[in-house]
Design a protein around this ligand. Sequence first.
Ligand code: GTP
Ligand code: MG
Length: 171
Amino acid sequence: GIKKKEVHVLCLGLDNSGKTTIINKLKPSNAQAQDIVPTIGFSIEKFKTSSLSFTVFDMSGQGRYRNLWEHYYKEGQAIIFVIDSCDKLRMVVAKEELDTLLNHPDIKHRRMPILFFANKMDLRDALSSVKVSQQLCLESIKDKPWHICASDALKGEGLQEGVDWLQDQIR
Ligand code: GTP
Ligand code: MG
C-alpha cells in the first residue's frame, strides 16, 4: 500500500490523567493492552489513522519523571495534553506544567498543534471541557493551533474527534 506520513507526537499531562489509556484505545483492538499501569519514564507507542502513522512518546506524568519531557520536545511535531477533568485540586498544577511547556525554548516559537483531552467525562463530578479550558486559560494560546475535546478513554468516546482534528492540522 501507500506509505503513510509519519508524525511524532508527545503525550503529556499529569499522572493519572489517562494518557496511556487514551493512546491504548487508539490502537487496533487486537493490539490493545488489557491492563494499564502507571508509566515509568516513558513508552513509545504507535497507531495509524487514514492518512498518518503516529509515533507517540507517552510520557509519565509523575512529578519525578516530568523533567524527562523536555528532552523529547525537539522530536515532537504535535502535542496531546491530557487533563483529568475531575482532579480539581491539581488543575492549577496542570496549568503550571502547561505554562512551563509553552514557554520552553524548544516549543515556544514553533507551530505545534496541541490537542487537549478533558478526560474522564464519564465521572459525575467532571468539569466540562469549557470549564477545563477556562481553568487552563487556553484562550491565551495565540501562536499555536489548539483544540479541546471532552473524552471518556474507557469507552473511547471523544477520541476520534480529537484525532481527526489533529490529522487536519498536520501537513
Ligand atoms: P501516568 O502514566 O502515571 O502519567 O498516568 P496516565 O496519564 O498514563 O494515566 P492512565 O492511562 O494510567 O490512567 C490512570 C487511571 O485513570 C486508570 O485507572 C484508568 O483506568 C483511569 N482512566 C483513564 N481514563 C479514564 C476515563 O476516561 N474515565 C475514567 N472513569 N477513568 C479513566
Ligand atoms: Mg501512562
